[in-house]
Design a protein around this ligand. Structure first.
Ligand code: AMP
Length: 404
């Protein structure tokens, strides 16, 4: 039985391990945090630091093949370990996609659509850009930013300079990253591509993502954008997977707008302009919905690649719409669950027949904005699926639970 080593024990790793088990494999996890969701479920785990070669090496020796479930695994630590056991996607892919500057340079060099950007390696370099930027613009750090962290928005030149001078933004003192044009978003979508070692890549249906406070709130499948635009997006996502040389999963996040920008390298399709925002070489939050909506989920696809099982075309299993909605720590807090390990009261589930898949990650501390779980609803229309999702989440929030 093959043992897959997963670097990172969060919810994406937990659901990947679940697919590995159901396909006859075994999973082991490496995560510095022994309380991370997957560590609760597997027999084999190592809780070492990301930069400790010895403990990483020990982990690699125990596994047949390695993958990762979040990008902030330090690629430098993995370079020499790539010769110990195969890593999918490769360390080169990880290195490019975990650094926004390298990622943008890759997009530029490969002729893939992206927003106009400039690189800056200090706050002085940012300041020199003030007269050169298009406005509005966004400043983004190269490393470690997620869910809107490490990002600053500027409406115009004055705003840009005052953002640089604001003492709250002290982290700009060691800035390395990009300044990019702000896109007037019509929609945000993602497209997950699975590429096996042998045989063609397959693209999942395009997922429509809606964010609140830079955090994914819900995903709709199918997305509401025109079929011709979806087709083009899938083609671009497959092209990116091949050009980046990904074996495993690649999620490409896209910005869609109807406003043409002269300075940006967008691809036009039936009045829509398509830009790649960024890549994630791993399962993606938006892809949770594929567990209910597709004949092969994103987790099954990656598990199959790692276990050498052929892929299928990830078709949607039913007409109608599926909606995945995140459950942040706020829902636990609304229920009055402030102590660690507090269980979410799910008793309203009995009144919500449209809810298909509830996943609670088992994170100990319910913090506001922390992703703690999610669920999927099904409806005949996008509005039906979405209102069912809101109704269920509201019912959870309204449930002021017993002694906690
Ligand atoms: P990111 O961390 O780059 O995925 O950005 C988080 C969110 O901020 C995105 O999902 C968008 O909603 C918004 N955002 C980031 N960059 C831009 C941009 N250039 N134009 C418009 N919105 C953006």
């Amino acid at each position: 039985m093959k043992q897959v080593g997963i670097l990172g024990g969060g919810q994406l790793g937990m659901l990947l391990a679940n697919s590995i088990f159901t396909l006859g494999g075994r999973a082991a996890v490496y995560d510095p945090d022994s309380q991370s969701p997957l560590c609760h479920h597997v027999k084999t785990s190592i809780n070492g630091p990301w930069l400790n070669f010895e403990s990483l090496n020990q982990f690699f020796e125990m596994c047949d093949v390695i993958t990762y479930e979040f990008e902030n695994v330090e690629s430098a630590a993995l370079v020499s370990l790539e010769h110990v056991k195969p890593i999918y996607p490769s360390v080169k892919v990880l290195r490019t996609t975990q650094d926004r500057v390298l990622e943008k340079k890759f997009l530029l060099a490969s002729g893939l659509p992206h927003t106009n950007f400039a690189v800056a390696d200090s706050v002085a370099a940012l300041r020199r850009q003030a007269d050169l930027n298009n406005y509005p613009c966004i400043i983004k750090t190269a490393r470690g930013g997620y869910d809107g962290k490490g990002q600053l928005f500027a409406r115009n030149r004055e705003d840009f300079l005052s953002v640089l001078d604001n003492p709250d933004n002290y982290w700009l003192d060691t800035f390395y990253g990009v300044i990019e044009d702000f896109v007037r978003l019509e929609a945000e979508v993602s497209c997950i591509v699975a590429r096996p070692l042998r045989g063609p890549a397959v693209a999942f249906p395009v997922l429509e993502n809606v964010h609140v406070d830079h955090i994914l709130d819900y995903t709709l499948l199918p997305s509401r954008i025109p079929p011709s635009v979806q087709k083009r997006i899938k083609e671009i996502a497959i092209e990116a997977t091949e050009k980046l040389d990904v074996y495993g999963l690649l999620t490409t996040e896209f910005f869609l707008t109807k406003t043409k920008s002269l300075s940006s390298l967008g691809i036009e399709c039936d009045g829509w302009y398509i830009y790649i925002n960024e890549f994630a070489p791993r399962p993606h939050n938006s892809g949770h919905v594929t567990r209910s909506a597709c004949c092969m989920s994103q987790y099954d696809a990656l598990a199959r690649i790692l276990l050498n099982i052929p892929l299928q075309e990830p078709m949607i299993v039913s007409a109608g719409t599926f909606c995945m909605m995140n459950l942040l720590g706020d829902v636990w807090i609304a229920q009055g669950a402030s102590r660690p390990d507090a269980e979410l009261d799910l008793s309203t589930l009995k009144d919500h027949a449209q809810v298909l898949d509830v996943v609670i990650y088992g994170k100990r501390e319910p913090r506001a904005k922390r992703k703690m779980g999610h669920f999927v609803t099904y409806g005949k229309t996008p509005e039906g699926a979405l209102s069912a999702a809101h109704a269920f989440r509201d019912s959870l929030k309204a449930r002021k639970s017993i002694a906690r």
